[in-house]
Design a protein around this ligand. Sequence first.
Ligand code: ZN
Length: 149
Amino acid sequence: MTLPKFLADCMLGKLARWLRILGYDTKYARYLDDPKIIALARFEHRILLTKDTHLTKRAPDVAYFVSSSRVEEQVQEIIKAFQLPYPTPFSRCPHCNELLFDLPPEEAKKEIPLFVSLTFSQFKKCPRCHRIYWPGTHWQRIMQTLSGS
Ligand SMILES: [Zn+2]
């Protein structure tokens, strides 16, 4: 089964970030105008997530109108609407949507604060922006928020 891929429009940057944190492939079209966003969604077979009714009407074949307003609810709306499988958090870079790769702790140690290397044993790195991640901080917080609501 191929997973749906998403393209969030400029109003949905926060949603894009949350979907990535949960492991869902989501691009963020920050600086594109409507025709370009629609073209990109069609070309890359991405579902265009938008809160713009005009844009939804212009591209009914690719656009999905996000009706919730809080990001926690938006994420749940998307998961339900597209019957997404259980999230795989800590797999995708929240900044650039790239899949993260495993970074051996001895490699990670050279680049992270000491207390982090003492507390965590699993690290991932983004091949594009080279940020290093560990399964603490916002991943945990987001999973808690989603399961609690
Ligand atoms: Zn990155």
